[in-house]
Design a protein around this ligand. Structure first.
Ligand code: SAM
Length: 287
């Protein structure tokens, strides 16, 4: 079997299994089993595929065909141009979460011109957000938490690989419970679990059967995490400190109302992505 024949077989099989972009998936899986780059495939299409590589490819293609996410099979995902290790212990970071990083950076640019900002990320998963911020802000005091010990192991590995381990303190715990001191953070941010029971029912099998439920399940209406967080967060923010939250596609209004009702913040702002969907809600603590 040549490399081209293997590629065609993998692509046809994935198409039959209903996988989106079967050709791209097949190319990435074949490149991974041959331990070469995707571009490298095109200079050896007529070469014979070695037996051990063919067997490896078959294994990877069967996993993908059964619905396992490509990123878990390949073992990595790019976020903010950083290659992060991912596996079923953590949510695969999504491109839309880069909006949260952008908003955080615009707040931190202001603060870091005067002092070293203290930042808390709740629910760090693979560490994507905390690592991106630690990469971008030269002097930062960053704490990242998660309820999942297993996720924190992945985040720590990723922070070492990205060269920012000394800049991030990882803490296991439920929301703000690990912290006993008050008014310590300039910025608290999170991309929390925010899917409702109805959302969970309609999920693609890639997500439903493979990504950690703890990372996506936001309770009956998807807003459980926001309720608890907005209740706990004010006393941990410094005066004029910021709260920054990623929200699901129809949640910005509800989350803004919760923040306003808390009475501790100035009027929340809702930030849209390029397709006009409100992705981030941000609010500054009053004096
Ligand atoms: C939507 S994922 C976000 C992961 C990562 N920050 C990202 O954006 O890719 C939510 C994360 O929150 C964590 N989590 C869920 N409940 C939590 C809680 N009560 N306290 C702290 N972390 C929690 C999950 O384990 C998961 O890693």
């Amino acid at each position: 079997m040549t490399v081209l024949e293997a590629l065609n077989w993998a692509s046809d099989y994935l198409r039959e299994q209903g996988i989106e972009n079967p050709r791209l998936n097949a190319e990435l899986l074949l490149a991974s089993s041959m331990q070469i780059s995707r571009e490298g495939l095109y200079i050896c299409l007529q070469d014979p595929l070695m037996e051990d590589k063919r067997e490896r490819l078959e294994g990877l293609v069967l996993r993908r065909g059964s619905g396992e996410p490509l990123q878990y099979i390949l073992g990595h995902q790019e976020f903010w141009s950083i290659k992060l290790k991912v596996d079923p212990r953590v949510l695969i970071p999504r491109p839309e979460t880069e909006h949260l990083v952008e908003e955080a950076l615009s707040i931190l640019t202001n603060i870091s011109s005067k002092k070293i900002p203290t930042v808390l990320e709740l629910g760090t998963g693979s560490g994507a957000i905390a690592i991106a911020l630690a990469r971008e802000v030269e002097k930062i005091s960053m704490v990242a938490t998660d309820l999942s010990e297993e996720a924190l192991r992945v985040a720590k590995e990723n922070s070492k690989e990205a060269g920012v381990a000394p800049k991030i303190q990882f803490v296991r715990g439920d929301l703000l419970h690990p912290f006993c001191r008050r008014e310590i953070f300039d910025l608290i941010l999170s991309n929390p679990p925010y899917l409702s029971v109805a959302d969970l029912r309609g999920l693609a099998r890639e997500v439903k059967d493979h990504e950690p439920m703890i990372a996506i399940d936001g309770g009956e209406d998807g807003l459980d995490f926001y309720r608890k967080l907005i209740d706990q967060v004010p006393s941990y923010l410094k005066r004029e400190g910021w709260l920054l939250l990623e929200v699901g596609s129809s949640q910005a209004g509800h989350v803004s109302e919760m923040i306003e009702a808390e009475g501790f913040f100035q009027k929340p702002q809702r930030v849209k992505d390029l397709s006009g969907i409100e992705r981030v809600v941000k609010a500054q603590r009053r004096e």
